[in-house]
Write a protein that binds this ligand. Structure first.
Ligand code: PLP
Length: 455
Protein backbone atom coordinates (compact mmCIF):
# COMPACT_ATOMS: atom_id res chain seq x y z
CA UNK A 1 0.00 0.00 0.00
CA UNK A 2 2.94 2.39 0.63
CA UNK A 3 3.94 2.04 -3.03
CA UNK A 4 0.39 3.03 -4.02
CA UNK A 5 0.37 5.97 -1.61
CA UNK A 6 3.62 7.35 -3.08
CA UNK A 7 2.40 6.90 -6.66
CA UNK A 8 -0.97 8.46 -5.81
CA UNK A 9 0.69 11.56 -4.31
CA UNK A 10 2.94 11.78 -7.35
CA UNK A 11 -0.08 11.44 -9.66
CA UNK A 12 -2.02 14.10 -7.73
CA UNK A 13 0.96 16.45 -8.08
CA UNK A 14 1.17 15.68 -11.78
CA UNK A 15 -2.57 16.37 -12.21
CA UNK A 16 -2.34 19.69 -10.34
CA UNK A 17 0.67 20.76 -12.46
CA UNK A 18 -1.08 19.61 -15.63
CA UNK A 19 -4.23 21.58 -14.85
CA UNK A 20 -2.15 24.65 -13.98
CA UNK A 21 -0.04 24.47 -17.13
CA UNK A 22 -2.34 22.85 -19.70
CA UNK A 23 -1.76 25.69 -22.13
CA UNK A 24 1.94 24.74 -22.35
CA UNK A 25 0.91 21.61 -24.26
CA UNK A 26 -0.06 21.67 -27.93
CA UNK A 27 -3.84 21.39 -27.84
CA UNK A 28 -3.98 18.94 -30.76
CA UNK A 29 -1.66 15.93 -30.49
CA UNK A 30 1.17 16.39 -32.92
CA UNK A 31 1.68 12.78 -33.90
CA UNK A 32 0.91 10.68 -36.95
CA UNK A 33 -1.60 7.80 -36.86
CA UNK A 34 0.11 4.62 -35.63
CA UNK A 35 3.03 6.45 -34.01
CA UNK A 36 2.14 5.50 -30.44
CA UNK A 37 1.43 1.91 -31.44
CA UNK A 38 4.87 1.74 -33.04
CA UNK A 39 6.56 3.21 -29.98
CA UNK A 40 5.08 0.79 -27.43
CA UNK A 41 6.04 -2.87 -26.93
CA UNK A 42 4.26 -5.35 -29.17
CA UNK A 43 3.38 -7.66 -26.27
CA UNK A 44 2.46 -7.08 -22.63
CA UNK A 45 5.00 -7.61 -19.81
CA UNK A 46 5.36 -11.13 -18.41
CA UNK A 47 6.19 -9.71 -15.02
CA UNK A 48 4.59 -6.68 -13.41
CA UNK A 49 6.31 -3.31 -13.59
CA UNK A 50 6.71 -0.54 -11.04
CA UNK A 51 4.36 2.45 -10.85
CA UNK A 52 7.48 4.54 -11.44
CA UNK A 53 8.13 2.94 -14.83
CA UNK A 54 4.47 3.06 -15.84
CA UNK A 55 4.07 6.72 -14.84
CA UNK A 56 7.29 7.62 -16.69
CA UNK A 57 5.93 6.08 -19.90
CA UNK A 58 2.58 7.79 -19.28
CA UNK A 59 4.40 11.14 -19.25
CA UNK A 60 6.87 10.45 -22.01
CA UNK A 61 4.94 8.23 -24.42
CA UNK A 62 1.23 8.67 -23.80
CA UNK A 63 1.01 12.40 -23.11
CA UNK A 64 2.51 13.45 -26.47
CA UNK A 65 -0.28 11.42 -28.13
CA UNK A 66 -3.05 13.23 -26.22
CA UNK A 67 -5.28 15.90 -27.71
CA UNK A 68 -5.97 18.09 -24.72
CA UNK A 69 -9.70 18.60 -24.24
CA UNK A 70 -8.90 20.36 -20.97
CA UNK A 71 -6.81 22.97 -22.83
CA UNK A 72 -8.18 26.54 -22.70
CA UNK A 73 -7.60 26.75 -26.47
CA UNK A 74 -9.88 23.78 -27.16
CA UNK A 75 -12.85 25.32 -28.98
CA UNK A 76 -13.73 22.50 -31.36
CA UNK A 77 -16.96 20.44 -31.43
CA UNK A 78 -18.34 21.34 -28.00
CA UNK A 79 -15.64 22.29 -25.52
CA UNK A 80 -15.71 20.44 -22.20
CA UNK A 81 -14.12 20.59 -18.75
CA UNK A 82 -12.71 17.90 -16.50
CA UNK A 83 -12.99 20.04 -13.36
CA UNK A 84 -11.15 19.35 -10.11
CA UNK A 85 -14.19 18.21 -8.08
CA UNK A 86 -15.14 15.81 -10.86
CA UNK A 87 -11.61 14.41 -11.02
CA UNK A 88 -11.74 13.68 -7.29
CA UNK A 89 -15.18 12.11 -7.64
CA UNK A 90 -13.97 9.89 -10.48
CA UNK A 91 -10.89 8.78 -8.51
CA UNK A 92 -13.06 7.77 -5.57
CA UNK A 93 -15.46 5.95 -7.90
CA UNK A 94 -12.56 3.81 -9.13
CA UNK A 95 -11.45 3.15 -5.56
CA UNK A 96 -14.90 2.00 -4.45
CA UNK A 97 -15.50 0.05 -7.65
CA UNK A 98 -19.12 -0.38 -6.62
CA UNK A 99 -21.09 -2.00 -9.43
CA UNK A 100 -24.72 -1.05 -9.86
CA UNK A 101 -26.83 -4.14 -10.54
CA UNK A 102 -29.87 -3.96 -8.30
CA UNK A 103 -30.24 -1.58 -5.33
CA UNK A 104 -28.64 -3.88 -2.74
CA UNK A 105 -25.39 -4.16 -4.69
CA UNK A 106 -24.95 -0.40 -4.62
CA UNK A 107 -27.44 1.60 -2.54
CA UNK A 108 -25.24 4.71 -2.59
CA UNK A 109 -24.99 4.57 -6.38
CA UNK A 110 -28.74 4.15 -6.89
CA UNK A 111 -29.69 6.84 -4.40
CA UNK A 112 -26.99 9.43 -5.14
CA UNK A 113 -27.98 9.16 -8.80
CA UNK A 114 -31.58 9.98 -7.88
CA UNK A 115 -30.50 12.81 -5.57
CA UNK A 116 -28.09 14.54 -7.97
CA UNK A 117 -30.35 14.09 -11.00
CA UNK A 118 -33.23 15.49 -8.93
CA UNK A 119 -31.18 18.60 -8.15
CA UNK A 120 -30.19 19.03 -11.80
CA UNK A 121 -33.79 18.49 -12.97
CA UNK A 122 -35.01 21.20 -10.59
CA UNK A 123 -32.25 23.61 -11.64
CA UNK A 124 -33.23 23.07 -15.29
CA UNK A 125 -36.88 23.78 -14.47
CA UNK A 126 -38.07 20.33 -15.53
CA UNK A 127 -41.13 18.74 -13.91
CA UNK A 128 -40.43 17.36 -10.44
CA UNK A 129 -41.96 13.96 -11.16
CA UNK A 130 -39.50 13.16 -13.98
CA UNK A 131 -37.23 10.19 -13.45
CA UNK A 132 -33.57 10.45 -14.42
CA UNK A 133 -30.79 8.00 -15.00
CA UNK A 134 -27.20 8.30 -16.10
CA UNK A 135 -25.88 6.89 -19.37
CA UNK A 136 -22.37 6.98 -20.78
CA UNK A 137 -23.38 9.19 -23.72
CA UNK A 138 -26.35 10.99 -25.23
CA UNK A 139 -26.18 8.42 -28.03
CA UNK A 140 -27.02 5.66 -25.53
CA UNK A 141 -29.62 7.78 -23.73
CA UNK A 142 -31.41 8.65 -26.97
CA UNK A 143 -31.33 5.04 -28.12
CA UNK A 144 -33.03 4.06 -24.86
CA UNK A 145 -35.60 6.82 -25.42
CA UNK A 146 -36.35 5.29 -28.83
CA UNK A 147 -36.80 1.87 -27.20
CA UNK A 148 -39.34 3.44 -24.83
CA UNK A 149 -41.04 5.22 -27.73
CA UNK A 150 -41.39 1.92 -29.60
CA UNK A 151 -42.76 0.22 -26.47
CA UNK A 152 -45.26 3.09 -26.03
CA UNK A 153 -46.76 2.74 -29.49
CA UNK A 154 -46.01 -0.88 -30.35
CA UNK A 155 -45.74 -2.96 -27.15
CA UNK A 156 -45.81 -6.12 -29.26
CA UNK A 157 -42.25 -5.26 -30.37
CA UNK A 158 -40.72 -6.61 -27.17
CA UNK A 159 -42.05 -10.08 -27.90
CA UNK A 160 -42.11 -10.19 -31.68
CA UNK A 161 -39.47 -7.72 -32.82
CA UNK A 162 -39.97 -4.32 -34.39
CA UNK A 163 -43.13 -4.41 -36.53
CA UNK A 164 -43.02 -2.99 -40.06
CA UNK A 165 -44.49 0.43 -40.69
CA UNK A 166 -43.06 2.34 -37.72
CA UNK A 167 -41.75 5.75 -38.77
CA UNK A 168 -40.10 8.54 -36.80
CA UNK A 169 -39.17 12.17 -37.43
CA UNK A 170 -36.28 14.44 -36.65
CA UNK A 171 -34.84 17.53 -38.26
CA UNK A 172 -32.20 17.36 -40.96
CA UNK A 173 -30.00 19.21 -38.44
CA UNK A 174 -30.37 16.62 -35.67
CA UNK A 175 -27.40 14.62 -34.40
CA UNK A 176 -26.44 11.38 -36.15
CA UNK A 177 -26.97 9.51 -32.85
CA UNK A 178 -30.73 9.71 -33.40
CA UNK A 179 -30.54 7.94 -36.75
CA UNK A 180 -28.00 5.49 -35.34
CA UNK A 181 -30.34 4.69 -32.44
CA UNK A 182 -33.10 3.95 -34.93
CA UNK A 183 -30.76 1.68 -36.90
CA UNK A 184 -29.71 -0.12 -33.72
CA UNK A 185 -33.25 -0.91 -32.56
CA UNK A 186 -34.42 -2.11 -35.96
CA UNK A 187 -36.50 0.86 -37.09
CA UNK A 188 -34.55 1.08 -40.31
CA UNK A 189 -32.75 4.10 -41.68
CA UNK A 190 -35.32 4.71 -44.38
CA UNK A 191 -38.02 5.08 -41.71
CA UNK A 192 -36.25 8.03 -40.11
CA UNK A 193 -37.81 11.04 -41.79
CA UNK A 194 -35.60 14.11 -41.97
CA UNK A 195 -37.78 17.17 -41.57
CA UNK A 196 -36.63 20.32 -43.37
CA UNK A 197 -35.30 23.22 -41.32
CA UNK A 198 -35.88 26.95 -41.76
CA UNK A 199 -33.40 29.74 -42.50
CA UNK A 200 -32.26 29.60 -38.86
CA UNK A 201 -31.75 25.80 -38.96
CA UNK A 202 -34.82 25.02 -36.81
CA UNK A 203 -37.19 22.20 -37.65
CA UNK A 204 -40.18 23.42 -39.68
CA UNK A 205 -43.20 22.34 -37.68
CA UNK A 206 -45.55 22.68 -40.65
CA UNK A 207 -43.30 20.39 -42.73
CA UNK A 208 -43.40 17.88 -39.87
CA UNK A 209 -47.20 18.01 -39.73
CA UNK A 210 -47.40 17.49 -43.48
CA UNK A 211 -45.03 14.49 -43.42
CA UNK A 212 -46.89 12.82 -40.57
CA UNK A 213 -50.23 13.33 -42.34
CA UNK A 214 -48.87 11.75 -45.51
CA UNK A 215 -47.45 8.76 -43.62
CA UNK A 216 -50.71 8.17 -41.75
CA UNK A 217 -52.62 8.30 -45.05
CA UNK A 218 -50.19 5.71 -46.43
CA UNK A 219 -51.05 3.36 -43.55
CA UNK A 220 -47.74 3.84 -41.68
CA UNK A 221 -47.39 4.21 -37.88
CA UNK A 222 -45.66 7.43 -36.79
CA UNK A 223 -44.30 6.59 -33.33
CA UNK A 224 -41.74 9.19 -32.34
CA UNK A 225 -40.47 12.69 -33.01
CA UNK A 226 -37.10 13.95 -31.80
CA UNK A 227 -36.65 17.70 -31.34
CA UNK A 228 -33.26 19.28 -30.68
CA UNK A 229 -32.52 22.21 -28.41
CA UNK A 230 -28.99 23.20 -29.41
CA UNK A 231 -28.22 21.38 -32.65
CA UNK A 232 -24.70 20.14 -33.21
CA UNK A 233 -23.77 22.38 -36.14
CA UNK A 234 -25.30 25.73 -35.21
CA UNK A 235 -26.96 25.21 -31.76
CA UNK A 236 -30.36 26.11 -33.22
CA UNK A 237 -33.48 25.51 -31.14
CA UNK A 238 -36.37 23.55 -32.64
CA UNK A 239 -39.89 24.90 -31.91
CA UNK A 240 -40.68 22.38 -29.19
CA UNK A 241 -44.22 23.65 -28.31
CA UNK A 242 -45.41 23.34 -31.93
CA UNK A 243 -43.71 19.94 -32.27
CA UNK A 244 -45.34 18.81 -29.00
CA UNK A 245 -48.77 19.75 -30.42
CA UNK A 246 -48.17 17.49 -33.42
CA UNK A 247 -46.75 14.66 -31.29
CA UNK A 248 -49.75 14.77 -28.95
CA UNK A 249 -52.23 14.92 -31.81
CA UNK A 250 -50.80 11.74 -33.33
CA UNK A 251 -49.99 9.92 -30.08
CA UNK A 252 -46.25 9.98 -30.79
CA UNK A 253 -43.48 9.90 -28.18
CA UNK A 254 -41.63 13.23 -28.01
CA UNK A 255 -37.91 13.08 -27.22
CA UNK A 256 -35.87 16.26 -26.75
CA UNK A 257 -32.13 16.11 -27.43
CA UNK A 258 -30.49 18.98 -25.56
CA UNK A 259 -27.19 17.18 -25.06
CA UNK A 260 -25.12 20.37 -25.28
CA UNK A 261 -27.49 23.25 -24.64
CA UNK A 262 -29.70 21.78 -21.91
CA UNK A 263 -27.19 22.78 -19.23
CA UNK A 264 -27.87 26.44 -20.09
CA UNK A 265 -31.37 26.02 -18.61
CA UNK A 266 -29.82 26.36 -15.15
CA UNK A 267 -29.20 30.04 -16.03
CA UNK A 268 -32.50 31.71 -15.05
CA UNK A 269 -32.61 34.07 -18.04
CA UNK A 270 -31.97 31.08 -20.38
CA UNK A 271 -34.64 28.79 -18.98
CA UNK A 272 -36.94 29.71 -21.89
CA UNK A 273 -34.84 27.42 -24.13
CA UNK A 274 -36.75 24.47 -22.69
CA UNK A 275 -40.14 26.04 -23.34
CA UNK A 276 -42.56 23.22 -24.05
CA UNK A 277 -39.99 20.56 -23.10
CA UNK A 278 -42.09 19.72 -20.04
CA UNK A 279 -44.53 18.20 -22.53
CA UNK A 280 -41.89 15.77 -23.80
CA UNK A 281 -41.81 12.12 -22.86
CA UNK A 282 -38.03 12.07 -22.54
CA UNK A 283 -35.02 14.36 -22.76
CA UNK A 284 -31.23 13.94 -22.82
CA UNK A 285 -28.71 16.41 -21.46
CA UNK A 286 -24.94 15.94 -21.19
CA UNK A 287 -23.29 17.34 -18.07
CA UNK A 288 -20.12 16.02 -19.74
CA UNK A 289 -20.45 18.69 -22.39
CA UNK A 290 -21.05 22.03 -20.69
CA UNK A 291 -21.44 21.39 -16.96
CA UNK A 292 -17.82 20.90 -15.84
CA UNK A 293 -18.15 17.10 -15.68
CA UNK A 294 -15.63 15.01 -17.63
CA UNK A 295 -16.84 12.34 -19.99
CA UNK A 296 -18.72 10.07 -19.60
CA UNK A 297 -21.89 11.38 -18.03
CA UNK A 298 -25.11 11.92 -19.91
CA UNK A 299 -28.58 12.03 -18.36
CA UNK A 300 -31.81 10.61 -19.71
CA UNK A 301 -34.94 12.02 -18.08
CA UNK A 302 -38.37 10.60 -18.71
CA UNK A 303 -41.83 11.23 -17.43
CA UNK A 304 -42.72 7.63 -18.28
CA UNK A 305 -40.18 5.41 -16.47
CA UNK A 306 -42.88 2.72 -16.34
CA UNK A 307 -42.74 2.41 -20.14
CA UNK A 308 -38.95 2.21 -20.17
CA UNK A 309 -39.12 -0.43 -17.45
CA UNK A 310 -41.78 -2.40 -19.31
CA UNK A 311 -39.56 -2.36 -22.40
CA UNK A 312 -36.30 -3.42 -20.77
CA UNK A 313 -36.84 -5.12 -17.44
CA UNK A 314 -35.73 -8.75 -17.53
CA UNK A 315 -34.58 -10.28 -14.26
CA UNK A 316 -32.85 -13.64 -14.15
CA UNK A 317 -33.23 -15.67 -10.94
CA UNK A 318 -29.82 -14.76 -9.60
CA UNK A 319 -30.74 -11.05 -9.60
CA UNK A 320 -34.16 -11.35 -7.97
CA UNK A 321 -34.60 -9.32 -4.76
CA UNK A 322 -37.34 -8.43 -2.29
CA UNK A 323 -39.60 -5.78 -3.80
CA UNK A 324 -39.41 -2.48 -1.99
CA UNK A 325 -40.89 0.59 -3.66
CA UNK A 326 -38.01 2.80 -2.46
CA UNK A 327 -35.31 0.45 -3.79
CA UNK A 328 -34.70 1.57 -7.38
CA UNK A 329 -33.09 -1.14 -9.49
CA UNK A 330 -31.51 0.85 -12.31
CA UNK A 331 -30.80 -2.33 -14.28
CA UNK A 332 -34.55 -2.45 -15.01
CA UNK A 333 -34.41 0.72 -17.10
CA UNK A 334 -31.50 0.10 -19.44
CA UNK A 335 -29.67 -2.50 -21.49
CA UNK A 336 -26.44 -2.53 -19.42
CA UNK A 337 -26.61 -4.53 -16.20
CA UNK A 338 -23.53 -3.30 -14.33
CA UNK A 339 -23.20 0.45 -13.89
CA UNK A 340 -20.34 2.69 -12.78
CA UNK A 341 -20.81 5.02 -9.85
CA UNK A 342 -20.85 8.02 -12.20
CA UNK A 343 -23.20 10.02 -9.98
CA UNK A 344 -20.36 10.64 -7.55
CA UNK A 345 -18.50 13.00 -9.87
CA UNK A 346 -21.72 14.84 -10.74
CA UNK A 347 -22.58 15.21 -7.05
CA UNK A 348 -19.08 16.57 -6.36
CA UNK A 349 -19.47 19.11 -9.19
CA UNK A 350 -22.97 20.27 -8.22
CA UNK A 351 -21.89 20.74 -4.60
CA UNK A 352 -18.50 22.29 -5.25
CA UNK A 353 -19.69 24.96 -7.69
CA UNK A 354 -23.35 25.32 -6.68
CA UNK A 355 -26.00 26.45 -9.15
CA UNK A 356 -25.12 30.15 -9.01
CA UNK A 357 -21.47 29.66 -9.91
CA UNK A 358 -22.27 27.16 -12.68
CA UNK A 359 -24.84 29.57 -14.09
CA UNK A 360 -22.27 32.38 -13.95
CA UNK A 361 -19.72 30.28 -15.89
CA UNK A 362 -22.25 29.48 -18.62
CA UNK A 363 -23.53 33.05 -18.72
CA UNK A 364 -19.97 34.27 -19.26
CA UNK A 365 -19.38 31.79 -22.09
CA UNK A 366 -22.58 32.95 -23.78
CA UNK A 367 -21.50 36.59 -23.43
CA UNK A 368 -18.07 35.83 -24.95
CA UNK A 369 -19.75 34.16 -27.93
CA UNK A 370 -21.76 37.35 -28.37
CA UNK A 371 -18.58 39.44 -28.12
CA UNK A 372 -16.76 37.20 -30.58
CA UNK A 373 -19.62 37.50 -33.07
CA UNK A 374 -19.40 41.30 -32.73
CA UNK A 375 -15.68 41.19 -33.59
CA UNK A 376 -16.36 38.96 -36.59
CA UNK A 377 -19.04 41.35 -37.82
CA UNK A 378 -16.52 44.20 -37.75
CA UNK A 379 -14.33 42.41 -40.31
CA UNK A 380 -16.04 42.71 -43.69
CA UNK A 381 -14.06 39.76 -45.09
CA UNK A 382 -16.02 37.40 -42.83
CA UNK A 383 -19.70 36.66 -42.31
CA UNK A 384 -21.71 35.10 -39.48
CA UNK A 385 -23.37 31.93 -40.78
CA UNK A 386 -26.08 31.26 -38.18
CA UNK A 387 -27.67 32.71 -35.04
CA UNK A 388 -25.64 31.94 -31.90
CA UNK A 389 -28.01 31.56 -28.94
CA UNK A 390 -25.38 29.81 -26.78
CA UNK A 391 -21.57 29.71 -26.64
CA UNK A 392 -20.87 28.54 -30.19
CA UNK A 393 -20.36 30.79 -33.20
CA UNK A 394 -20.46 29.65 -36.84
CA UNK A 395 -18.89 31.97 -39.40
CA UNK A 396 -16.88 31.90 -42.60
CA UNK A 397 -14.50 33.83 -44.72
CA UNK A 398 -16.43 35.14 -47.72
CA UNK A 399 -14.47 32.89 -50.02
CA UNK A 400 -14.16 29.29 -51.12
CA UNK A 401 -14.46 26.19 -48.96
CA UNK A 402 -10.78 25.55 -49.59
CA UNK A 403 -9.81 28.94 -48.16
CA UNK A 404 -11.89 28.31 -45.03
CA UNK A 405 -10.40 24.86 -44.61
CA UNK A 406 -6.92 26.34 -45.00
CA UNK A 407 -7.63 28.71 -42.10
CA UNK A 408 -8.86 25.78 -40.02
CA UNK A 409 -5.75 23.72 -40.77
CA UNK A 410 -3.38 26.55 -39.96
CA UNK A 411 -5.09 27.45 -36.68
CA UNK A 412 -5.20 23.84 -35.59
CA UNK A 413 -1.56 23.25 -36.53
CA UNK A 414 -0.52 26.17 -34.27
CA UNK A 415 -0.85 24.04 -31.14
CA UNK A 416 -2.61 26.96 -29.46
CA UNK A 417 -6.20 26.44 -30.56
CA UNK A 418 -8.46 23.72 -31.84
CA UNK A 419 -11.54 24.81 -33.80
CA UNK A 420 -13.83 22.75 -36.01
CA UNK A 421 -15.91 23.12 -39.14
CA UNK A 422 -19.29 22.12 -40.45
CA UNK A 423 -21.31 22.49 -43.65
CA UNK A 424 -24.26 24.89 -43.78
CA UNK A 425 -26.32 25.35 -46.93
CA UNK A 426 -23.59 23.53 -48.85
CA UNK A 427 -20.77 25.78 -47.65
CA UNK A 428 -17.94 25.07 -45.24
CA UNK A 429 -18.13 27.23 -42.12
CA UNK A 430 -15.82 27.57 -39.12
CA UNK A 431 -17.07 26.85 -35.62
CA UNK A 432 -15.70 28.27 -32.38
CA UNK A 433 -17.27 26.63 -29.33
CA UNK A 434 -16.49 28.16 -25.94
CA UNK A 435 -16.98 25.84 -22.98
CA UNK A 436 -13.78 25.07 -21.10
CA UNK A 437 -13.50 26.43 -17.57
CA UNK A 438 -9.90 27.55 -18.15
CA UNK A 439 -10.71 29.56 -21.28
CA UNK A 440 -10.50 33.34 -20.88
CA UNK A 441 -11.75 36.15 -23.06
CA UNK A 442 -8.10 36.75 -24.04
CA UNK A 443 -8.00 33.18 -25.42
CA UNK A 444 -11.14 33.75 -27.47
CA UNK A 445 -9.84 37.04 -28.82
CA UNK A 446 -6.40 35.57 -29.58
CA UNK A 447 -8.05 32.71 -31.44
CA UNK A 448 -10.02 35.20 -33.54
CA UNK A 449 -6.84 37.22 -34.22
CA UNK A 450 -5.11 34.07 -35.42
CA UNK A 451 -8.05 33.24 -37.70
CA UNK A 452 -7.93 36.75 -39.17
CA UNK A 453 -4.16 36.87 -39.53
CA UNK A 454 -3.88 33.54 -41.21
CA UNK A 455 -6.00 34.88 -44.02
N1 PLP B 1 -26.84 15.21 -29.46
C1 PLP B 1 -26.28 16.39 -29.78
C2 PLP B 1 -27.18 17.58 -30.04
C3 PLP B 1 -24.90 16.52 -29.88
O1 PLP B 1 -24.36 17.69 -30.22
C4 PLP B 1 -24.09 15.39 -29.62
C5 PLP B 1 -22.63 15.47 -29.72
O2 PLP B 1 -22.05 16.50 -29.90
C6 PLP B 1 -24.72 14.18 -29.30
C7 PLP B 1 -26.09 14.13 -29.23
C8 PLP B 1 -23.92 12.95 -29.02
O3 PLP B 1 -23.33 13.05 -27.76
P1 PLP B 1 -22.57 11.81 -27.09
O4 PLP B 1 -21.14 11.90 -27.53
O5 PLP B 1 -22.73 12.02 -25.62
O6 PLP B 1 -23.22 10.57 -27.57
Amino acid sequence: MEEFRRAAYESADWIADYLTNTRDYPVVAQIKPGELVDRLPKSGPERGESFEAILRDFREQVIPAVTHWNHPGFMAFFATTGSTPAILGDMLTAALNTVGLHWKTSPALAELEQVSLGWLRDWMGLPRDWFGMIHDTASSGSMHALVAAREYVAPEARENGTPPGLVMYTSEQSHSSIEKGAIAIGIGQKNVRKVASDAEFRMKADALAEMVKRDVAAGLRPFCVVATVGTTSTTSIDPVPAIADIAEHHGMWLHVDCAYAGSAAIVPECQWILEGAWRADSLVVNPHKWLMVPTDLSVLYTKRPDILRRALSLTPDYLKTQEDPRAVNLMDYAVPLGRRFRALKLWFVLRYFGRERLAEILRTHIQWAEDLAALIEQDSRFEISAPHPFSTVCFRLKGSDAENLAILERVNASGKFYISQTKLLGKTVLRVAIGNLGTTWDDVRACWEMIRETK
